[in-house]
Ligand binder design. Sequence first.
Ligand SMILES: [Mg+2]
Length: 257
Amino acid sequence: MKDEIEGVIFDLDGVLEFQGKAYPGAIELLNLLRSRGIPIRVLSNSTLKSRRSCAEKLKSKGFNIQEHEVVTASFATARYLETLNPRSCWVMLKREGLEEFSGFRHDPDDPEYIVLGDFREDFNFQNLNKALRLLCKGAKLIVMITETVDSSLGEMELTVGAYGKMLEDAAGIKATYIGKPNRYIFDITLDTMGNIERSRILMVGDRLATDILGAKNAGLKTALVKTGEFRESDLESPVALPDYIFDSVGEVAKLFR
Ligand SMILES: [Mg+2]
């Protein structure tokens, strides 16, 4: 069975690290996979991080990861937007994730597409109403992630999907969502992995509703780790059943021994 896995995609937060600290065995597992010549990708629903900034942070913690091996929701959204050949866009996003959108024409006053990521404190009265009016005038909405709540920094916060759903509802339109569990981000990640058969690629994640559900729908093998945002209650009426369940990421090495 173990010989079947020819590529591994890791979720980042709650799998390789949590609140900025690498999980025991995570760095060693990546090194083991490298020594076997198995392609690795890190797939994160972070919108604030670019491929570059995410890879740099991982390297500074001791992970052997290159920029081209990272896919963030901001990177995937930019690649998707590229396929639409947009006239102009308003990218509602902060920090390094914005680097991914440097190739587009930005026009916040008359955009063809509104692209919604984590806009932090700029999700305010003025900007949200401006977005609403632009959508009612015909702008199209792309939302980087579906999730409505983020607890990764400790306290619960509304996140990107919540603003996306509010704008969809208020403007009476339908948005396109890119991040896990949506198909777009998986297809974009798999595109970077060459010609490996999907059923031979393993997705390792801590969330059934995003990592595992999305990976199963994309035709991948799945491993759930009971770290990060995992709760035992997730398994009571699971939205998707993983092929493997491990206590933590270090145990995934068992599949490769
Ligand atoms: Mg996670």
